[in-house]
Design a protein. Structure first.
Length: 553
């Protein structure tokens, strides 16, 4: 079996998401690489939640709705997803909630929980124990994962529940044990957090906002271990202003938000550019304007993040396409903010933030903090010294013999407010020199990825989370995949090289306006067609395959 697709679903409160993660970790320990997409509503109880797990010997980066195994904690899961089962797919359902299902394997999950002395929520663990046996995974693997996941006070009962289910089932879809080394499962928020820590993050500010709230929670748990300070403030305005103050004082900071929160931060963004204060903003996109559909995904903030803020300034805008890229580029983004004393936006979305990826453990050894340009010991300090690169040496308040004056007004090299035409132009040109260096830096970074059939004359251009689905489809169809990761400054040279020999360009995006497709012509890239999706869900592999029609076949 080359790959396997599993869906586990239930009501909010039944633990389907935790069950999906458990099964993903069991599969990882069985040697398979794993991707998990979590679909949930803005509800504490009721509704319908599900986790879609794809496992393969080769790292999967997208979900597949053609199911080999459907695990149903409630009746709605059966009703909504049964038609997605393959011809030889297996339906497993909870008989304590469902009684009238034909052609499926009914399991008494509640009875097993009671026999083990557990609580009703443990039905999800029983279902996972059964699934492991159905897939031919050893009990030792299940036991190892449960012991790692649960504290000792509840580990024993969970093990009993899982073992009862495991022992009561038969193997129906046997998958072989594979060899896998140095791989870990992380959701995108965890990957971003660890990338930031490895790059020297010292302080994190946020107001909770899906889908980046997970960064706040994860970093808060790691405060002592990673020597961090983590603050939840009263609003996004408070967040960005506190971050600017901390950065001015010399602390490597980051903030996290979504589109609505980022809207409140835009004045702070402009201040950071004018005052040349390092600032990293993680912006997690979600569906629709305003509050929209807060627990679903989109790629609709590209225009906004490219142009947010008033006045003439550029920023680094970076859009990683999977968990591994999220880890690396989070660290790189923090370094770039400090090297160029400028705002950097890490543009992600719900699909990146909350999906779970197989990540190479070695990726974190590639991330190290880089030192910014620091002022010498001389007391004759100019905060905005007009250097050949436009980058001024940094000093921080409290350094002996230095007056550090930061100013959001136009200012001279000392930081004193100016309005004279000659000085205003001179300082704007000073910052433009820095932006030119940013453009040069982009071309030295791995700013564009190429996948699929690299000499194909048909190119799929994608950005961000569409990468996973598009890569799988491109490989199957023999198409060239081109993924710009840095979107500002735009990597013109790398894109030109990536598209050599291409005669047809198709842009695929999770938004209604085809935003990247509107930007590409500015750089001489002709877009022949667009494939867009904007219902809050990511592209499924079969769906994108069908939308491409006969192209490449």
């Amino acid at each position: 079996m080359g790959k396997i697709s599993i869906l586990i679903g239930g009501e909010a409160g039944q633990g389907s998401r935790k069950a999906g993660l458990l099964l993903g970790k069991i599969l990882l320990n069985w040697g398979w690489q794993v991707f998990i997409y979590d679909d949930y509503q803005s509800l504490i109880r009721g509704g319908h939640n599900f986790s879609l797990i794809k496992a393969s010997p080769k790292n999967p980066l997208a979900a597949d709705l053609s199911l080999d195994l459907l695990l149903a904690l409630d009746k709605k899961t059966v009703e909504l997803h049964r038609e997605k089962l393959k011809e030889k797919g297996v339906l497993v359902y909870n008989t304590s909630k469902i009684s009238d299902v034909r052609q499926g394997l009914g399991l008494p999950l509640e009875r097993w929980v009671r026999e083990a002395g557990g609580i009703l929520l443990m039905e999800n663990v029983a279902l996972i124990g059964a699934a492991a046996k159905i897939l031919g995974i050893s009990w030792e693997t299940v036991e190892k994962v449960i012991k790692e996941e649960f504290g000792k006070e509840i580990e024993e009962k969970n093990l009993k529940v899982a073992n009862l289910a495991f022992s009561s089932c038969k193997t129906l879809l046997k998958i072989p044990k594979l060899n896998l080394h140095r791989q870990i499962l992380l959701n995108g928020n965890e990957a971003i957090s660890l990338g930031l820590i490895k790059a020297g993050l010292e302080t994190y500010f946020a107001y909770p906002m899906t889908p980046t709230s997970g960064i706040l929670h994860f970093l808060a748990e790691k405060q002592k271990e990673a020597s961090l300070k983590v603050f939840q403030l009263e609003s996004e305005i408070g967040v960005v202003n506190a971050a600017l103050g901390a950065s001015f004082a010399g602390s490597r900071v980051a903030v996290g938000t979504s589109g609505g929160g980022f809207a409140l931060m835009t004045e702070g963004l402009s201040f950071a550019a004018q005052a040349e204060i390092p600032l990293l903003i993680v912006e997690g996109q979600r569906t629709a304007p305003a509050t929209g559909v807060p627990t679903y995904t989109a790629q609709s903030d590209l225009f906004f993040t490219l142009h947010a803020g008033h006045g003439d300034f550029l920023r680094f805008l970076i859009a990683p396409g999977d968990g591994q890229e999220a880890a690396f580029w989070a660290g790189e983004a923090l370094n770039l903010a400090w090297e160029y004393q400028t705002p950097v936006i890490l543009l992600v979305d719900k699909q990146i933030c909350e999906s779970t990826f197989t990540v190479e453990g070695g990726i974190f050894s590639r991330i190290k903090p880089r030192k910014p340009l620091l002022a010498s010991t001389s007391s004759d300090y100019l905060r905005y010294k007009n250097t050949p690169s436009g980058i001024s040496p940094l000093a921080f308040p409290g350094e002996k013999g230095k007056v550090v004056k930061v100013n959001g007004y136009e200012h001279d090299e000392k930081g004193l407010t100016v309005e004279e035409a000659e000085l205003v132009q001179k300082m704007q040109e000073k910052r433009l020199k820095k932006f030119q260096k940013m453009r040069e830096a982009v071309e030295k970074l791995p700013a564009v990825n190429i996948g699929g059939k690299k000499n194909s004359q048909i190119a799929l251009i994608v950005w961000g989370s569409v990468k996973g689905t598009a890569l799988e489809v491109a490989e199957r169809r023999g198409l060239r995949l081109v993924q710009p990761v840095i979107l500002q400054p735009f990597p013109e040279k790398q894109m030109k090289k990536a598209l050599e020999g291409v005669k047809k360009v198709i842009v695929t995006e999770n938004n209604a306006l085809g935003q990247l497709g509107e930007i590409l012509p500015r750089y001489g890239i002709k877009v022949d067609s667009k494939i867009l999706k904007y219902d809050g869900r990511p592209f499924w592999t079969k769906e994108l395959d069908e939308k491409l029609g006969n192209i490449g076949n």
